[in-house]
Design a protein around this ligand. Structure first.
Ligand SMILES: Nc1ncnc2c1ncn2[C@@H]1O[C@H](COP(=O)(O)OP(=O)(O)OP(=O)(O)O)[C@@H](O)[C@H]1O
Length: 352
């Protein structure tokens, strides 16, 4: 996505806004008053990498749904370009767009969109039916997907006989039925209660581990974003205020808004030991103490250091990259830069 804008409102005014610095500088309410328009997405650019879970996060009204709907032109962008695998989505005709939405980028909605009079199996097979797959083949494929999302034995139930979480699993199986390159999730779990929501997050994480399918996931829930996202785009008023890994967003917030947003995150569960380690000193690299991978979380390192009573080495392919100790780990948890004592300080302390 490159330089994308979506301005809702009277067409001629909406088209003018992206190129007009005076209008784009106005606060939302004043822009609406002057032009009758709402700029829901403002000059947004990013790439989604093959195989990653890309999360779009932001508060209600920040433009997440509009942004993701623009990806497959369920909403027509006002300006900017979108390409999938190098193909210009803006240049696609109706047939090509249909193909894009059915086979290449399937959407999983919050309100499932299940057909109430069809069984679970038939709901999942429905997409395959539209594609013209024969009855026996599509039922076999649907049964496989129903099992994949953990609904074995419920094939003959109707949506009304399922819990919210189970209905969402049917929605997920149906989206998977077309074997899309990309799965787009629009706040799929926000209507579910917290425990079922957690279950579904784990389900998505498991599917992603098993299949490595590219996923774009909208949520307003920071914990969900941190749990699922390889990278997160944090939106505010139609713009991306920061795009980065969970660790980058929590560890190096781009501005006060992001800092405030992530203030209550348990940092030790998101930050890895890379951000907590210091260079090894005097023989530490060869010590027999605990060893951690660079991807280990600070929480894991705290446990290792607490158990052993001394620093832990961070190693990769047998090489010592550095050392984490109490001081470095506490600094990460407290959100302050570690003050690593110099060797000079160490000598002074020893002399004292
Ligand atoms: N069809 C529309 N016409 C006019 N304004 C719209 C339209 N759709 C969305 N908007 C406005 O665009 C802005 C972004 O809306 P959008 O639904 O993308 O936000 P969101 O971040 O997905 O919010 P939520 O989490 O509540 O779904 C909001 O100010 C909204 O009122």
């Amino acid at each position: 996505m490159d330089g994308l804008w979506k301005v809702f409102g009277p067409k001629s005014a909406a088209r003018r806004i992206p190129g007009d610095p005076e209008l784009t500088a106005l606060p939302a309410a004043e822009l609406r008053e002057r032009t009758g328009c709402t700029a829901a997405v403002r000059d947004v650019s990013f790439d989604v990498r093959k195989g990653e879970v890309f999360v779009v996060m932001g508060l209600s009204g920040s433009g997440k749904s509009t942004l993701v709907r623009c990806l497959t032109r369920l909403i027509e962008p006002t300006a900017g370009t979108i390409a999938i695998d190098g193909e210009d989505v803006g240049a696609m005709d109706k047939a090509r767009l249909r193909e894009l939405r059915r086979h290449r980028a399937a959407m999983v909605f919050q309100h499932f969109g299940l057909l109430p009079h069809r069984t679970v199996l038939d709901n999942v097979a429905y997409g395959l039916e539209i594609q013209g797959m024969g009855r026996a083949e599509r039922r076999a494929k649907a049964a496989e997907l129903v099992a994949k999302v953990g609904l074995d034995g419920m094939e003959q139930r109707r949506p009304g006989q399922l819990s919210g979480g189970q209905q969402q699993r049917v929605g997920l199986a149906r989206a998977l039925a077309s074997d899309p390159q990309v799965l787009l999730f629009d706040e799929p779990f926000s209507a579910l209660d917290p425990l079922i929501r957690r279950d579904m997050q784990e389900e998505v994480a498991r599917l992603h581990r098993e299949e490595g399918r590219t996923m774009v996931f909208i949520t307003h829930d920071l914990n969900e974003a941190l749990r699922l996202g390889d990278r997160i785009a944090l939106m505010r008023d139609g713009r991306i205020v920061q795009l980065g890994t969970p660790e980058e967003i929590v560890g190096s917030p781009a501005d006060d808004y992001v800092r405030d947003f992530v203030r209550d995150v348990p940092r030790e569960q998101v930050m890895t030991v890379r951000g907590a380690m210091r260079p090894a000193r005097d023989g530490e690299a060869d010590s027999s103490g605990p060893a951690l991978a660079p991807s280990a979380t600070v929480a894991e390192a705290i446990e290792a250091v607490a158990r052993s009573g001394g620093p832990a080495r961070v190693t990769e392919r047998g090489r010592c990259l550095g050392v984490v100790d109490h001081q470095g780990l506490l600094a990460v948890v407290a959100g302050v830069p570690a003050t690593v004592p110099s060797q000079e300080d160490g000598r002074k302390a020893a002399a004292a």
